[in-house]
Design a protein around this ligand. Structure first.
Ligand code: IPD
Ligand code: CA
Ligand code: CA
Length: 272
């Protein structure tokens, strides 16, 4: 039996705030050092690493029997097969924005069971002063106030958010056809640059839907719970719900009301 997920919320919020202090200290500083990952566009800064190290150290000190997966450091803490609770962390989601001095970036922290079912999620955007949180069965909040998805019922009225993966130059599945398919049908599209925060915007009703491919668990586990707890829906492009993004990392989130229409458009864009 797990303890009540909500009982971990104050700790998880403290982790996000600790990381936010670290990231904000270096925000818009010109001396950031970058290390390339999969391509020259996909890089990590010293601040991504410092943010993750602080979060991991705090979890290890408080819960040495928990497993931790960080985007930058991989598996840490207790072995995955022994731990009943796992933390999945993106220490900066939106590194490109962060390094450009654009305030739309976040710290994403999820607590999941060994099958990756989310128990709680915290997404903190320190430069925007917004902290989103949800615990399973307890609803979703922004800065402590309850949030809900929008009531928009058709694509014609919808603002959708998407994103483009780092492999878009080499992978023919680069989201271009999907953008072309949605563009004539919707009120407008946005590409903000932090998938975790994009999901929170859907949860808060600021946008009506979000889709992206090649998403990793640390990008979306916290945000997906926040959307569901705000009464929204999160699936793959075919409408299947699973704890982790599939091998192609395709995720579709919406207010629920436009989900089928988004699924149909995505299906058609792949020649369906
Ligand atoms: C990226 C952001 C971006 C999304 C990319 C992600 P990172 O995460 O979430 O919005 O389009 O697919 O990889 O690299 O900044 O942690
Ligand atoms: Ca990310
Ligand atoms: Ca990241």
């Amino acid at each position: 039996m797990h303890p009540n997920p909500a009982s971990f919320l104050p700790f998880a919020i403290g982790l996000a705030q600790l990381a936010g202090q670290i990231t904000q200290r270096s925000f818009r500083q010109s001396s950031l050092s970058r290390t390339a990952k999969s391509s020259s566009w996909d890089f990590v800064t010293e601040v991504d690493r410092a943010s993750e190290a602080a979060i991991v150290a705090a979890i290890q000190a408080a819960y040495p029997d928990h497993h931790i997966v960080g985007e930058e450091g991989g598996g840490q803490g207790a072995p995955a097969e022994e731990a009943v609770l796992h933390w999945i962390i993106d220490p900066i989601d939106g590194t490109s924005n962060y390094a450009q001095g654009i305030p739309y970036y976040s710290i994403s922290i999820a607590l999941v069971d060994p099958q990756h079912n989310p128990l709680l999620g915290v997404v903190y955007a320190p430069a925007l002063g917004e902290l989103y949180a949800a615990a399973l069965g307890s609803g979703a909040t922004c800065n402590g106030q309850p949030i809900h998805v929008s009531a928009v019922e058709s694509l014609r009225q919808a603002i959708l958010i998407t994103g483009f993966a780092y492999d878009r130059q080499t992978n023919p599945d680069h989201n271009g056809p999907q953008v072309n398919a949605f563009l004539p049908q919707v009120r407008d599209l946005r590409r903000f640059g932090s998938a975790a925060l994009d999901l929170c915007y859907v949860a808060a009703g600021r946008a009506d839907g979000f889709w992206e491919r090649a998403i990793n668990p640390w990008d979306v586990l916290a945000g997906a719970l926040i959307v569901r707890e705000a009464n929204g829906r999160v699936t793959d492009y075919e409408g299947r719900q699973a704890p982790l993004p599939g091998p192609d990392g395709r995720i579709l989130a919406s207010n629920g009301l436009i989900h089928q229409a988004m699924q149909d458009t995505l299906h058609a864009s792949y020649g369906g």
